[in-house]
Each structure stands twice: as C-alpha cells, then as structure tokens.
Design a protein around this ligand. Structure first.
Ligand SMILES: [Zn+2]
Length: 458
C-alpha cells in the first residue's frame, strides 16, 4: 500500500508537461507514471482537468520582524493558500528591536518563531556590519544557512568595502550572497528634495528612488562579486536598467543570478495613483516598458526567479500623510502564483514549465533546497493542484496575512490553487487550512553549486 495517489492531472515540471499520476508515500513522491502500475493507495486525489506542479519555493519572504507584521503562523497560512510550500526568510545579525548582536542569535530566533509555520522554511543570514567575522559565517553554515544578504541602502547598509569583505569570506565557503542594490546617496538626496518641495503624494515616490540608482549599485556589487568569485544573487530587480546592469556581467548563470518579484511584472507606477501608499515598496514600481523588459530577461534566462519580497503591514501603518511616513513593503504570498500565472501564461503565452522553473525549480536549486522544487521521486511531496481555467476576483477580504489589503484588489485573474500539499500532508484544500501550526519544518540547506549553469524553458 501507498498513502496517496493523485490521478488524472497534467503534471508540470521545469522541463515538460504530461499526463501522469503521482504516487505519494509518507512524506515523499514515490513515483510518477500510470496509477495502474502503482500499489494500492489509501487515498485518492482527483486532479482531472487540473495541473499538478511542485509547490512554490519563495526565496524572498519577511516573517517575524523586524520589517514585517506577519508571524510564521499568519504568513505561512497566506503562503499555503497561495501554493507556496517553502519559504526562505531572513535572520538579522543585528535588529533594532532586540539587543542581540550575532547572526547566530538571529537564526535561533527565526527557528524558534518558525515552529508555528505550516510550511517548510529556512532563512538567509542578513549581514548588517561592515566587517563580519568569519566565525559568524561558519556558524550559520553549520545550521544549514548557506546564503547571506547585504544591503547598500538604509542605515544597516554596508559600503563597497563591506561588500567585498563579506563576498570574500562567503566565496571561500562556496555559499551565496544576495544584495539589495540602491545607491543610498542618490536616493537620500532625491528624497530630501521631495520632502523640501512638499511632494507628499506617493505618485512622485518612484522618482525618489530612480532605477539608475538601482542600476549603479547593482553594477558595483556584481563587479565585486566577479572579483571575489562569489555566487551572487541580485534581489528584486525592478526594471530594464537594473536588469541590464546584471546582464552585462552575466554569461551563463554559473556565478551571477537574479530575481524579479511578482509585483514588478504585474504592476507599474500608476499603482501609486490607484492604491496610494499601500503600493509602496523599495525599489518602487516602474514603467510599463520595464514590465516588458523583465519578461524578456526572464525568457532568455537572465532573470532566474520570481519571488514576492513579502512584507506585511496593515492599512493603518501604510496610509500616511506623506509617502516617506509610510511603512515600506507589500504582502504577496497568497497571490503570487495566480497573479504570475495570469501575467505570464495567460496574458503573454509563456509555458507552464516556464512558470514552474521560475517559481519552484530554479529557486530551490539556487538556494540549496535539495529536496524541494521538483516532483522527482524520492524528494519531498510538496505540490500544488492548480486549476488553470478557474477565474477569481482578488480581494483582501480573505487575506490570511495580518496585512488587511492587497495591491491586486479587484483584479480578475485566471488560475486558482485548489490544493496544497507539504511533505505528503494536504495543508490547504478549497481555501481551507487543514493543519495546525507547527506542521512546517526547518529545512537545512546545502551550499549550492551553480556551475552547471542555467536551464531555460520558455
Ligand atoms: Zn526583501
């Protein structure tokens, strides 16, 4: 006997789409093929007319502070409703709201908080000091944290020298760096000018953090990455110019990779007129031509991953008299898959393997989640039964996140998550969460080896 057979669906991997049944036994995928050749199953899930794809692996998610009001309890429910089965969150070296001073403390805090998660998780280490000690990096690696994020902006940003120092240490250990790239001096000059001119309306916000500031910092960071040899991942690439800065240094995905986020593909700066401060995140939403450019770079493999950069704040903390008083960041976990499916497959004719590559397989492989992101027998039975034809109106009324709004409010999209499974357990079915807090597990990561280069399914 096996536990579950999922029958009658079309199975999607990063390589192909085909009709097949899936056998799940215990926490793992046991086989893909014809159910008649499987042992008898205790339970049958009918996927007739549906797609069966790997669960979404979102490598850019903020849960349990300091810049997000979602706990793992609320955030993971939103994720599971949206077909996300694994997230990578952030463990801060130092945090404004606590007195700890090490990456190790940050990782322990995330692991403790994560005991409430209903989906699997790991975290990136966030380096906030100019000269991190190698011991801190080694301790993180021992905990299965194999990637490290740095910022060039904000008061916890580091200088180019700080980037270079961290890159060398991380490179020696064959791990990964992620960098938030915006030139801080340009952004603060332009923000101050808007403040002096009283340009409070969020419609002017994108001009305070222009894409050339993003591209300049990206160019510096990628140059330094190439010098040190570190595996480099550019986060939340928002448009053409910053993508070009990365592409200029990238050849085959062996060393330089990058993501964009669902909202940069689905929205442009007109959202600031429509939703005001609710749409504020950094970098800002750009022009419609930037959306086209992002799709072109996703298509040719220059951009590897689509993430959410999920940050939860309430309307009360977002709505402000001036844009600079708003909290930054938007919630996206519950809508990312249906919205990106709509934008890429439905509106632009991309394939289902493309969708799976960018949201499941590539992120898992990029960040060393060995048992995630594919439907390979022997790996974790993390999957989504997705109805590709069902239309839905997006509304924040059913938000699981603490955030009581969505930037996709009122949007009609085609495609809906019917069922989400994490390690062989159905965690969501028909919009209902079926498991208790704590089903999720801390999932140690390996140091990924990108030397095999890029896949590219369009
Ligand atoms: Zn982020």
């Amino acid at each position: 006997m096996i536990d579950i057979v999922i029958s009658g669906g079309r199975v999607v991997t990063a390589d192909r789409i085909f009709e097949a049944d899936i056998a799940v036994d215990g926490e793992q995928i046991a086989a893909i093929g014809d159910a008649e050749t499987f042992p008898d199953a205790r339970e049958r899930i009918d996927a007739d007319g549906k797609l069966v794809m790997p669960g979404v692996v979102d490598p850019h998610v903020h849960l349990s502070g300091p810049n997000s009001m979602d706990t793992y309890a609320t955030g993971s429910r939103a994720a599971a409703r949206g077909g996300v089965t694994t997230v990578c969150t952030f463990a801060w070296q130092t945090r404004e709201d606590t007195d700890w001073t090490s990456l190790q403390d940050g990782i322990e805090y995330q692991r403790k908080e994560g005991q409430r998660s209903i989906i699997d998780f790991n975290c990136h280490g966030v380096i906030t000091e100019e000269a991190i000690d190698s011991e801190e990096i080694d301790a993180a690696l021992e905990n299965g944290v194999t990637s490290f994020k740095l910022f060039t902006a904000y008061d916890f940003g580091v200088s180019n020298g700080g980037l270079e120092h961290a890159f060398e240490l991380v490179s020696d250990r064959e791990a990964v760096v992620l960098v938030h790239t915006e030139d801080p001096t340009i952004c603060s000059r332009l923000e101050n000018r808007q403040r002096q001119n009283g340009e409070t309306d969020p419609v002017t916000y994108p001009d305070a953090r222009p894409i050339h500031a993003e591209a300049m910092a990206a160019d510096d960071a990628v140059r330094l990455a190439k010098e040190s040899g570190v595996q480099y991942y550019g986060v939340h690439t928002s448009g053409a110019e910053s993508a070009e800065a990365i592409v200029a240094h990238r050849n085959d995905g062996n060393q330089i990779r990058a993501e964009t986020c669902t909202h940069y593909t689905a929205l442009d700066r007109s959202a600031y007129k429509e939703h005001g401060c609710l749409s504020i995140m950094a970098p800002p939403l750009r022009e419609p031509s930037d959306q086209d450019a992002l799709f072109a770079y996703l298509k040719d493999g220059s951009l590897d991953v689509v993430s959410t950069d999920h940050v939860a704040f309430t309307r009360a903390t977002k709505d402000a008299d001036a844009w600079w008083n708003s909290e930054f960041g938007i919630n996206g976990l519950q809508r990312s898959l249906p919205v990106f499916h709509h934008e890429s497959v439905v509106r632009r004719g991309f394939s289902y393997p493309f969708l799976v590559e960018k949201m499941c397989t590539r992120p898992a492989e990029t960040f060393g989640f060995e048992s995630k992101g594919s439907l390979t027998p022997g790996t974790d039975a993390d999957l989504v039964v997705f109805d590709p034809n069902k239309k839905q109106h997006i509304s924040a009324d059913n938000n699981e996140s603490v955030a009581d709004y969505t930037v996709y409010e009122g949007k009609e999209v085609t495609g809906k998550v019917d069922l989400t499974m994490v390690r062989g357990t159905v965690v969501v079915e028909d919009n209902e969460v079926l498991v208790k807090e704590g089903h999720g597990e801390y999932c140690k990561r390996i140091s990924p080896d990108w030397s095999a280069g890029g896949t590219n399914s369009v």
